[in-house]
Design a protein around this ligand. Structure first.
Ligand code: HEM
Length: 365
């Protein structure tokens, strides 16, 4: 990893030591290797090309195969009844600890932590939810299957899924949806973010028939109305949208995944409100990218970036008050982020209501 970044990036603590104005990121982003320029999703809305009919036909064909079913308006996921019985034996506290161990096992990966890409996996698994059709969401973990695994928005997430296979091999009874969301919670907490209560209950889909169509995740090249369209579809309001966007205090953009380049601020492995401060306090200028696209960069440190949609969102009257609030008040950001992220990872999950809610202690405490 970058030696210039490393001192700024302790896995734990030291959040107060972050400096926003001076440090320079010596970017270790890979060279642009191809011509892609993907805002995020490859196709806009998909709801209409939906999978409901296919899914229904597929499940009708599977019907009566002795499994455990749950239903809602258009989505049904068949799960063998044994899965439900087995989940009771998973030691989720130990799963959390094992994931925490994995986070910084490869100091050469990105900025020294797998945390950010695990957060993105949890978000992309969950952010496909459509409240009207009640399809998508983390239940089912449908990103294991093509075509969802190959949707442009999910570029690079095989790294996170493959990494978690090690944990799944050790705890075969955990569902992938539970594993991915727990990993997101673990990464946020371990990188200094808020505590997020988590509960099990997701069941694995058994085939690609449950995949969500492309276009349900946001496209970074679009405008603030697109962000509203995508997040309102999941059931979020403006305040929750801005709180969730603070996930970009972690990680970076990769030319070979999204086509954008760089982190949002200089300490991408520390969960803080620096993202909001960067938006509010810096001068952002447009920069053309080699792949034909463009992004914003900080005039005083062109290694840090903002996506086109983020500046549009920041300048939107409805959103701006929340961006400014979180720039000033990190505690409020943590509180609102924790609530919104919990809501995100629970969208569409068929909880029975008696699941144990886990509040995992950080391994650093
Ligand atoms: C308008 C909404 C959003 C857009 C357009 C967007 C777009 C993007 C893009 C283009 C990347 C770069 C991917 C890459 O090249 O590796 C990215 C990364 C990331 N996103 Fe988002 N995102 C949005 C919302 C969110 C939300 C709600 C979260 C979590 C709560 C989140 C968490 C992350 C994280 C942690 C990364 C870094 C991944 C890594 O370092 O590997 N994003 N996002």
């Amino acid at each position: 990893m970058s030696s210039a970044l490393r001192p700024l990036l302790p896995r734990f603590g030291a959040r107060a030591a972050v400096s926003v104005s001076t440090p320079r990121v010596t970017s270790r982003v890979p060279m642009v290797t191809n011509n892609i320029y993907r805002g995020y999703s490859t196709n806009s809305d998909a709801k209409k090309s939906g999978n409901g009919t296919l899914l229904f036909l597929g499940l009708a064909a599977l019907g009566g195969a002795g499994g455990y079913y749950y239903h809602n308006s258009t989505q049904s996921i068949k799960t063998p009844s044994i899965t439900e019985a087995k989940t009771k034996s998973v030691d989720y506290n130990q799963v959390y600890k094992d994931i925490a161990e994995l986070l910084d096992e490869d100091s050469d990966y990105d900025d020294g932590s797998y945390g950010p890409v695990l957060v993105r996996l949890a978000w992309h698994a969950s952010g496909t939810y459509d409240k009207d059709t009640k399809t998508g969401g983390s239940n089912g973990a449908t990103m294991r299957f093509k075509p969802e695994s190959t949707h442009g928005a999910n570029n690079g997430l095989a790294i996170a899924r493959d990494l978690l296979e090690k944990i799944h091999a050790k705890y075969p009874n955990i569902s992938y949806g539970d594993l991915w969301t727990l990993a997101g919670v673990c990464a946020i907490q371990e990188l200094g973010g808020p505590t997020i209560p988590w509960r099990p209950g997701r069941q694995d889909a058994i085939s690609a028939q449950s995949c969500t169509p492309d276009g349900r995740l946001p496209d970074a090249t679009k405008k603030e109305d697109h962000a509203r369209h995508i997040f309102y579809r999941m059931g979020f309001n403006d305040q929750e949208i801005v709180a969730l966007l603070g996930g970009h205090s972690l990680g970076r953009c990769h030319p070979d995944r999204s086509g954008f380049v760089g982190p949002w601020q200089e300490a991408p492995t520390m969960f803080t409100n620096e993202y909001y401060k960067a938006l509010a306090e810096r001068k952002w200028i447009k920069k053309d990218l080699d792949n034909g696209g463009w992004q914003y960069v900080d005039k005083n440190n062109t290694d840090v970036m903002m996506l086109p949609i983020e500046l549009d969102m920041y300048h939107d009257k409805g959103f701006k008050k929340y961006f400014d609030l979180y720039a000033k008040d990190e505690n409020k950001f943590f509180e609102d982020f924790a609530k919104a992220f919990k809501k995100l990872i629970e969208l569409g999950v068929p909880f029975k209501g008696d699941e144990k809610v886990y509040v995992f202690p950080k391994t650093t405490e």
